[in-house]
Design a protein around this ligand. Structure first.
Ligand code: AHR
Length: 504
């Protein structure tokens, strides 16, 4: 949580941090990823069997190493919009028998060469937890139950035995399952009304939890500030005695998606502030549903699963063409603001997944020869590495950007300070302060109250201008490391992201 005191641009800014004032535990799962059968994310991204850079499974070793470096705790699969026509049985068993199918979401052909067992094996190699989305488009409840059985059952039953026959004795124990994806969207195969979705989600949840009470089910919300969200939460966040052996909560999380973008730097960098308000509103809707439905306090409070977030302009990088966004320094600053939002709102966020992990609107790009990192990689790396533990209280005194915003409703609803800040303290007492200076023309000399004198590690991400981009052989936006003695004012350079770290 951060509070903001607005001052004029002529006054001297300050940030005060109190590492003793812990606000909320930061769920490690906010650093989650997402791999969809879309563009070059799976094929040519994580799976590239004919490339010498791949291992015996066909997994790109350089990608595995990068995802490990990011310490990604959970990865969503297989979509996204792709899942609305996906039949998981097409993607298991001997490869020569797997059908090639027309793919409707991204107007392509799915070979099914990579499917459930390959993805779950990849998760084991990477050291991450899988999160599956269920087909609420052309899929059936029987098919969903069969998928859970295939992945998780230890019994002597048909689909558990099919898994054994396909070479995997031990169940995978997949915990996270989403009840559809963006079912409200006109682009979705079998788009639904909120009433129809809520009814179906509730019935599927009952059956899935009856089958396995340890599953964590995730509702399909919209953007957190819509009547869809309010209705679906009201109808599905209930105490249910059918959750045999579970807590009585059929659903654990409510998913929301937001992509931000603007061609102009300041609206672009401040746009993730809309996600902050969306999280607060969704948190309120969750509480409202619990209050109205008299959910007993023994049922753990549902959290938000922000399972698609990023900077993306689909007009600039269309999904049907692989959505290979070329990210700029401005986008990297936006991503840092996004991550500040998740840390500040740690109380509400149970999981967040950057969409996506490789090649498709991604921080990581592969070529046949290797991989390169977009500017957005660096804030993600620093947050995942250091912003763990608890979020802590900060107050920011500085001037505010007062121009146009994207979306427009940010202005008048949410503040847009020049310095966007969050802070965290780990169990071992390391404090991290994340500061994005979105101003593209001036740096700020800032009094930092609460920073310990002595050695402060400084990590800086910036570049020559907000439009700077990286390419296969050019790293115009990278990471610089230095130290500071904690004395006097600290200068946050123009258009930069800085992380300061010290022992409390
Ligand atoms: O991440 C790309 C697409 O964006 C996903 O498939 C969909 O869920 C969203 O609209």
């Amino acid at each position: 949580m951060a509070t903001f005191t607005k001052i004029s641009d002529e006054e001297s800014p300050s940030i005060s941090i109190n590492a003793g004032h812990r606000i909320a535990k930061i769920n490690d799962n906010i650093y989650g990823g997402f791999t969809e059968h879309m563009g070059r994310c799976i094929y040519g991204g994580i799976y590239d069997p004919d490339n010498p850079l791949s291992d015996e499974n066909g997994f790109r070793k350089d990608v595995v190493a990068a995802i490990k470096e990011l310490n990604v705790p959970v990865v969503r699969y297989p979509g996204g919009n792709f899942v609305a026509t996906y039949h998981w049985l097409d993607g298991v068993g001997p490869r020569k028998n797997r059908p090639r199918r027309p793919e409707l979401a991204w107007d392509s052909v799915e070979s099914n060469e990579f499917g459930t067992d390959e993805f779950l094996k990849w998760c084991e190699v990477v050291g991450t937890e899988p999160y599956f989305a269920l087909n609420f488009g052309t899929g059936t409840l029987d098919e969903a139950l069969a998928w859970v059985e295939y992945c998780n059952s230890e019994k002597d039953t048909y689909y558990a035995n099919l898994r054994r026959q396909n070479g995997r004795e031990k169940p995978y124990k997949v915990k996270y399952w989403a009840l559809g994806n963006e079912m409200w969207g006109p682009w979705q195969v079998e788009q639904m009304t909120k009433e129809d979705y809520a009814k179906k989600a509730y019935q599927w949840a009952k059956a899935l939890k009856r089958y396995d009470p340890s599953l964590e089910l995730i509702l399909c919300g919209q953007d957190g500030c819509s009547t869809w969200d309010a209705h679906v939460l009201k109808e599905c966040v209930k105490y249910d005695a059918h959750d045999l052996g579970g807590t009585g909560a059929l659903v654990s999380m409510h998913s929301i998606h937001i992509y931000t973008a603007s061609k102009d730097h300041l609206p672009n960098a401040t746009a993730p502030r809309s996600a902050e308000r969306a999280i607060e509103i969704t948190g309120g809707l969750i509480d409202l549903a619990r209050i109205e439905n008299k959910v007993p306090p023994s049922v753990p409070r549902q959290t938000i699963c922000f399972d698609e977030w990023n900077v993306w302009d689909p007009a600039r990088a269309p999904g049907e063409q692989g959505a290979e966004e070329q990210y700029t320094l401005s986008d990297a600053l936006a991503v840092a603001v996004w991550l500040n939002v998740f840390v500040r709102q740690a109380r509400h966020v149970g999981m967040a997944n950057i969409a996506q992990s490789v090649n498709v609107i991604a921080p990581l790009m592969t070529t046949e020869r290797g991989l390169w990192k977009q500017p957005t990689w660096y804030p993600l790396l620093l947050f995942s590495r250091y912003m763990r533990g608890h979020s802590v209280a900060v107050n920011v005194r500085c001037g505010e950007y007062a121009g146009p915003t994207q979306p427009e409703w940010i202005r008048g609803t949410v503040e847009t300070p020049w310095l966007d800040v969050s802070a965290a303290v780990t169990e071992s007492g390391m404090v991290s302060l994340a500061v994005v200076n979105v101003h593209d023309e001036r740096g700020f000399d800032v009094d930092l109250e609460g920073v310990k004198k002595g050695e402060v590690n400084v990590f800086t991400v910036t570049g020559s201008g907000v439009g700077a981009v990286n390419m296969e052989d050019i790293e115009a936006v990278g990471l610089k490391e230095s130290t500071w003695d904690g004395e006097g004012k600290f200068t946050f350079p123009k258009h930069s992201f800085t992380m300061l770290r010290w022992r409390a």
